[in-house]
Design a protein around this ligand. Structure first.
Ligand SMILES: O=C(O)CCC(=O)C(=O)O
Ligand SMILES: [Mn+2]
Length: 194
């Protein structure tokens, strides 16, 4: 399904994986990825990111943001499998994936665009959701127009073309209890790891 918004190219495939396949993949990744608790320094103060992360990809690939650089771990068999399926659907190669693990309702990701220079000017970001459904919000940078989507287990959200240039996105914290969720966002880092 295409999400119709100005200055954006966003597609949402609700049942990219079946419920059972998504549940099995969630359990596999929850146990087998090397989750890290990263910190950022904001105004001289170290703060834990409100989620766990893991970064996998082609050999020697590095990814820097918020003054932090991560070196990609080599693809696991499960991640490689998912990458192939996602690449085939998107008709696009990806050389890395950022995995996020939201342990509960207080885990989140703040407003941002996936616009790091190493992603190029119009990156395709393909994002697979597993586990609990969470609200994903989009905000147009100039007009402030907002759109909210519920990302359910097994769904794939694809943001293409100028979307990152004009829009920010976030996954807000919630007051009510929410079970864990894993998100895999496939990216292509330019000039590295090929
Ligand atoms: O968890 C999500 O759905 C979004 C994650 C995200 O935006 C990111 O890792 O850049
Ligand atoms: Mn993002």
């Amino acid at each position: 399904m295409k999400i119709t918004l100005p200055d954006a190219d966003i597609e949402y495939i609700e049942h990219f994986y079946s419920q059972q396949a998504a549940a099995d993949l969630f359990t596999d990744l929850q146990h087998n990825l090397r989750w890290r608790q990263d910190s950022i320094t904001l105004f001289g103060k170290h703060t834990h990111l409100p989620r766990l992360q893991a970064w996998y990809g082609n050999k020697n690939l590095s990814y820097c943001y918020s003054s932090m650089c991560l070196i990609a771990k080599p693809w696991t068999a499960s991640l490689l499998d998912v990458k192939l399926k996602v690449s085939k659907y998107c008709q696009q190669e990806f050389n890395a994936v950022l995995a996020n693990y939201y342990r509960h309702e207080k885990d989140s990701v703040a407003w941002h665009s996936d616009n790091e220079p190493e992603l190029g000017t119009a990156p395709t970001i393909a994002s697979l959701s597993l586990g609990a459904s969470r609200e994903f919000q989009l905000k147009h940078k100039a007009s402030g127009l907002k759109k909210s989507l519920i990302l359910s287990s097994g769904s794939l959200l694809i943001m293409r073309h100028e979307t990152q240039q004009y829009w920010q996105h976030c996954l807000p914290k919630r007051a009510h209890c929410i079970a864990p969720r894993i998100n895999l966002s496939f990216r292509s880092i330019m000039g590295q790891g090929r």
